[in-house]
Design a protein around this ligand. Sequence first.
Ligand SMILES: [Zn+2]
Length: 317
Amino acid sequence: MKFNPKARLDTSQMRRRGGQRTSTGSPLPGGMGGGGFPMPGGTGGGIGGIIVFILIAIVATQCTGVTSIPGLPGGDDEVSTAPDAASLEACQTGEDANNSQLCAILATVNAVQAFWTDALPEQTGQEYREAQMQEFTGGTTTECGQASSAMGPFYCPADEYVYLELGFFDAMLEGQLGAEGGTFAEAYVVAHEYGHHVQNILGDLSRAQSGGSGPESGSVRVELQADCYAGVWANSATTVVDENGEVFITELTQADIEQAIDAASAVGDDRIQERTQGQVNKESWTHGSADQRIRWFMTGYEKGLVSSCDTFSAATL
Ligand SMILES: [Zn+2]
């Protein structure tokens, strides 16, 4: 995956927040109680309590009762010294994105949102509205409750932010989850979270709450649809342009797609259960198996259409 060195990045779509300590501040209504993680079937039924995590299963199984994962930044002794807004300001072009993980995330956010700004009205008649990404270190307060460093990236429908801790990629995705990683693996994760924002706009996100967990549950259907939407973006990724008409991404290879497939597989509920529990229990699935996640990402990638992502009507997931 290569970003176009001439593409202009829009830093207004992302913020950074360093080092709020997770132990300060009380969780908000609808928030994440316990170890900081909403458990399946979790915290109240209000719309504000709907929190969709790409990796709820990981954090729930690995971190029950604790507030951080060893190896992730943001331990108790870490207090923010840098708001890091300055380093985002260093992300001005696609060239910067080719040389910096943070700038690559920003460029991906820009590219994904530029895609949906055109594609969503074209394909569904609904206007897209932008959602900011907040990258944080340590912890941060959200309208969905307190976010800690041990969490995977997530989308909060109550404030329409995507929350991400950059350390997640090294420590979890490419660390404990054993994914190969890479820029496009990270882009897949970002695009998946923005897929939840698209679901929120289309009114489908709340369907996660119907039916609890299990391989056919509403939660799994919502997650697989977000994977499919990530694929829909990937289908058009090299044609999406910035405000000056420059493409954001000039090259997306088969090896890049395989990075996304590898990441989608690593976050499959069955893979996570095998790694963490040594066995697979389908009834507690919330995100779908590795095979399901690959299949729906590829469906979106091959078809490039929102309408190809109807996981709610699909007889076979
Ligand atoms: Zn998700």
